[in-house]
Design a protein around this ligand. Structure first.
Ligand SMILES: Nc1ncnc2c1ncn2[C@@H]1O[C@H](COP(=O)(O)OP(=O)(O)O)[C@@H](O)[C@H]1O
Ligand SMILES: O=c1ccn([C@@H]2O[C@H](COP(=O)(O)O)[C@@H](O)[C@H]2O)c(=O)[nH]1
Length: 228
């Protein structure tokens, strides 16, 4: 167990590439990094039926349990472990499982509104916003939500137009002004390598970590095999 010396927040719209970037920048230093998906802090709505949960707005700040996230980040930063909630996108529900997370040298908080809350921002040493065009993001989201999250095309389109897009414009995009670093076009390989280097430096400064490096290669901008 270590006391974290560096906390990064990675925000950006749905499908921007936040998860991909946080995986890429931490891939050679995994033992020294704790990744906290903001999604795990969606408010527990297991009191509602599935039908009702399906209609909720998951892109408004009120959908998240900020106090719990703040407490957990503070706990990790103070060198103590947390019991992190887990979230199931297929059922739109927090699961009964909790995962024990030990503090490491670096913490990466990643999610659509990772830069939204002022108290959370106060705990971040580096604030990153991933900026990717809306058309690329919706194409990625369709592929992911239909393929991995149990949705159908009409459902993804309805949700996008009714809540995802308006909340993006109202809350997510404006949070970009808090960023120290804006990464254009998702997993931009130059930005990923710079960020990975920064992480390695922080880890080395705190006296631990695997220092191997690997070049970053980026596939087609909407995933798949890149063929047309
Ligand atoms: N630069 C990229 N090139 C190709 N596919 C990407 C890229 N970045 C992300 N993707 C794909 O797009 C989808 C959404 O990316 P993800 O990182 O989960 O976005 P976010 O976490 O911002 O919602 C995933 O299927 C991922 O593999
Ligand atoms: O129950 C839920 C919870 C969230 N969502 C959608 O997920 C995205 C955030 O995840 P990303 O990985 O950043 O795309 C958000 O836009 C919500 O609309 C959901 O559909 N159902």
């Amino acid at each position: 167990m270590s006391t974290p010396s560096f906390v990064i927040g990675i925000a950006g719209g749905t499908g921007a590439g936040k998860t991909t970037i946080s995986r890429l920048v931490t891939r050679n230093v995994e033992d020294a990094v704790t990744r906290i998906p903001l999604d795990n802090y969606y408010v527990d709505r297991s009191d509602l039926t599935f039908e009702r949960r399906r209609e909720l707005n998951y892109d408004h700040p009120d959908a998240f349990e900020w106090d719990l996230l703040h407490t957990h980040l503070e706990t990790l930063v103070s060198g103590q472990p947390i019991e992190m909630p887990q979230y199931d996108f297929e059922t739109h529900d927090r699961t009964s499982e909790r995962v024990r997370v030990e503090p490491t040298e670096v913490i990466v908080l990643e999610g659509i509104l990772a830069l939204y809350d002022a108290d959370i921002r106060g705990l971040l040493d580096l604030k990153v916003y991933v900026e990717t065009d809306a058309d690329v993001r919706i194409l990625r989201r369709i592929r992911r939500d239909v393929g991995d999250r149990g949705r159908d095309l009409d459902g993804v389109i309805d949700q996008y137009l009714s809540t995802v897009k308006p909340m993006h414009e109202r809350f997510i995009e404006p949070s970009k002004r808090h960023a120290d670093l804006i990464i254009p076009e998702g997993a931009n390989s130059v930005a990923v390598d710079l960020l990975a280097g920064k992480l390695r430096m922080e880890i080395e400064d705190s006296g631990d970590g695997d220092r191997d490096t690997e070049a970053t290669s980026i596939e087609s901008p909407i995933g798949g095999d890149g063929s047309s």
